[in-house]
Ligand binder design. Structure first.
Ligand code: NAD
Length: 281
């Protein structure tokens, strides 16, 4: 994708967590195409390395680092390596996150006559809920603690979090993911206020519905036919289609670009084909 606007991140160091994944590898590539030196952090170093190699092959500057967004020592070590190899960090994208089947109910509504074996709200394990809540919420808080410390007073410094449609209104079945993304939207506003005297802007994007690894099973049957949930999503999206990863880039780069968004602070930007605006009527 080529942005219609010229964003120039030359000499900026951008850290992207979850950069071994589908969306955040895309984000990393687009920052690199706009001139940034990009640090791709992921628990899965092989995936992050493969994407960093693709960026370098394209002529960009990128390095992959192993990091667990849920462990401070791992993040500290990654930060030291990033600073040593690429320089002081200007922009942090808190991308690592996602849902997990252990925190997902089978049923949209609780009923008295559900079939035997249905995984209801009452069957969800504490560990599954904790896993999803921690990955998304704590996995945004801890990297922010580690990387924002040295962003204090740095011209143009900013943070982008990744919320979701379920951060505005919860989606059925995914109880912990909805709560965690709502918490990320709230955290985005909290951090924007908290850092407003020291020059770090904090914003978020809230992607609408894209087809990806983590929601593939909810959206399509094994034979590739759409599930009823897909029909509901498309009916709830006034533009009548799923989004594509490249459609997130304009919003992402806009928020990160000090020249474009110097007075934009604490927003959660829906990029959703109108889903969030639509009441269904
Ligand atoms: P993905 O599953 O493709 O990538 C997530 C990456 O995070 C993986 O590479 C994984 O290895 C990494 N990761 C997992 N746990 C980690 C940990 N503890 N420490 C470091 N890295 C870890 O996900 P995606 O679809 O690219 O989503 C990226 C972000 O966008 C997530 O925050 C997700 O919640 C959000 N989002 C996605 C969609 C969508 O439709 N795909 C919609 C809204 C929001």
């Amino acid at each position: 994708m080529t942005s219609p606007f010229v964003h120039d991140f030359t000499d900026k160091v951008v850290v992207v967590t979850g950069a071994g994944g589908v969306l955040c590898s895309y984000f990393a590539k687009e920052f690199a195409r706009a001139g940034a030196k990009v640090a791709l952090l992921d628990l899965n170093l092989d995936n992050a390395q493969a994407y960093a190699d693709e960026i370098v092959a394209e002529g960009g500057i990128a390095k992959a680092f192993k990091a667990n967004v849920l462990e401070l020592p791992s993040l500290q070590a990654a930060k030291e390596a990033v600073v040593a190899e690429l320089g002081e960090v200007d922009i942090l994208v808190n991308g690592a996150g996602g849902n997990n089947p252990r925190a997902t109910t089978d049923n949209e509504y609780h009923e008295t006559d559900l079939p035997e074996g249905t995984k209801t709200f009452f069957d969800l394990e504490q560990s599954g809920i904790e896993f999803v809540f921690n990955l998304n919420f704590l996995g945004t808080v801890l990297p922010t603690q580690v990387f924002a410390k040295d962003m204090v007073g740095r011209p143009g410094a900013n943070i982008i979090n990744i919320s979701s449609m379920n951060g505005f209104t919860p989606l059925t079945k995914i109880v912990a993911y909805s709560g965690a993304k709502a918490a990320i939207s709230n955290l985005t506003e909290w951090l924007a206020v908290h850092f407003s005297h020291v020059g770090i802007r904090v914003n978020a994007i809230a992607p609408g519905f894209l087809v990806s690894k983590q929601n593939q099973a909810l959206l399509f049957n094994e034979d590739g036919t759409p599930t009823p949930r897909t029909g509901k999503i498309l009916n709830g999206t006034p533009m009548g289609r799923f989004g594509e990863p490249h459609e997130l880039i304009g919003g992402l780069l806009f928020l990160a670009d000090e020249k474009a968004a110097s007075f934009v602070n604490g927003v959660v930007l829906p990029i959703d084909g109108g889903f969030n605006a639509y009441s269904g009527v």
